[in-house]
Write a protein that binds this ligand. Structure first.
Ligand code: MAN
Length: 217
C-alpha cells in the first residue's frame, strides 16, 4: 500500500484507525461501482457475468411492464361510450363497396374511401364524438336498416379537404344487428357522408324509444 505511506508518520493507534477507514472507503467505492474490485484474474467470473445478465433482463422486463401499464392507464381514460360499449371494437375496421369506391369505417378512428380504379385513399373524417340522432326509416326485408327512433351516432370530422368545399366529414348512424356491417353509404352533400351501420355493440341501447319500425329480435 505504497500510497498510504504517510501513515508511517502517525502514532500506531491513529495509523490503524486511518488504515481501517481507507479500507472501508474502498469497499464503499467498489460497491457503488466507482472502483473496480480487486481481482485475481483479469476476467469476470462466470457467476458474476450470469448475475449481470439476469439483472439486465429483469430490468428490461420491468421496463416493458411499466410501458404496458402506462398504455392501459391511458386507454382507461379514453371515452368508449356509456358502459364502454365500443371498447371491444377498438382497432377494428369494416368496409363496403359502393359505386366506384370501397368505403371503410375504423371504429373510433376514421372513415375512408378508396378508389377501385387507382387505389387512392381519401380520409372522410377522424373520430371526434358520440351523439344520438333521431331517424325514421323503413326497415328493408333483410333487416339491414336503421328503423325509427333514437340511434347512437359517431361523428367523424376534419377529413381530407374537398376541392371547392369543406373538409370531408362522416356521420355514422348505428343500429342493432347480429354482426358488424356497413349497410349503406350516401354523400348527403358534397363531401358530407353518412354511413348506416349495424353492430351488436348498440343492441339494447338507445333503441328502446320508437321500436315500432323493427321486429323483436
Ligand atoms: C372525390 C370523392 C367524392 C367527392 C369529390 C369532391 O371524388 O371524395 O366523394 O364528392 O371528390 O370533389
Amino acid at each position: 500500500m505504497a500510497v498510504y505511506k504517510f501513515e508511517a508518520y502517525l502514532p500506531a493507534p491513529v495509523r490503524s484507525w486511518v488504515d481501517q477507514k481507507l479500507r472501508d472507503l474502498r469497499v464503499i467505492l467498489v460497491e457503488n461501482g466507482v472502483l473496480a474490485p480487486a481481482r485475481d484474474s483479469g476476467s469476470e467470473s462466470k457467476e458474476l457475468e450470469d448475475a449481470r445478465n439476469a439483472l439486465r433482463s429483469a430490468e428490461d422486463s420491468l421496463r416493458n411492464t411499466k410501458n404496458d401499464l402506462n398504455t392501459h392507464i391511458e386507454d382507461l381514460s379514453k371515452d368508449y361510450g356509456a358502459d364502454d360499449i365500443f371498447r371491444a371494437l377498438k382497432g377494428q375496421c369494416i368496409s363496403k363497396d359502393s359505386g366506384e369506391y370501397t368505403y371503410e369505417l375504423c371504429w373510433l378512428d376514421k372513415t375512408t374511401q378508396k378508389s377501385k380504379k387507382n387505389g387512392a385513399q381519401t380520409v372522410m373524417g377522424n373520430f371526434v364524438s358520440m351523439d344520438t340522432v333521431v331517424v325514421d326509416d323503413e326497415v328493408p326485408a333483410d333487416g339491414r336498416g336503421l328503423g325509427s327512433g333514437e340511434r347512437i351516432a359517431l361523428r367523424y370530422e376534419n377529413g381530407q379537404h374537398c376541392w371547392n368545399g369543406p373538409n370531408r366529414s362522416t356521420l355514422v348512424v348505428l343500429a342493432c344487428a347480429e354482426t358488424d356491417e356497413v349497410w349503406k353509404i350516401t354523400e348527403e352533400e358534397k363531401c358530407v357522408y353518412r354511413m348506416e351501420v349495424g353492430t351488436p355493440a348498440v343492441c339494447g341501447i338507445a333503441e328502446r324509444k320508437g321500436e315500432e319500425g323493427k321486429d323483436e329480435l
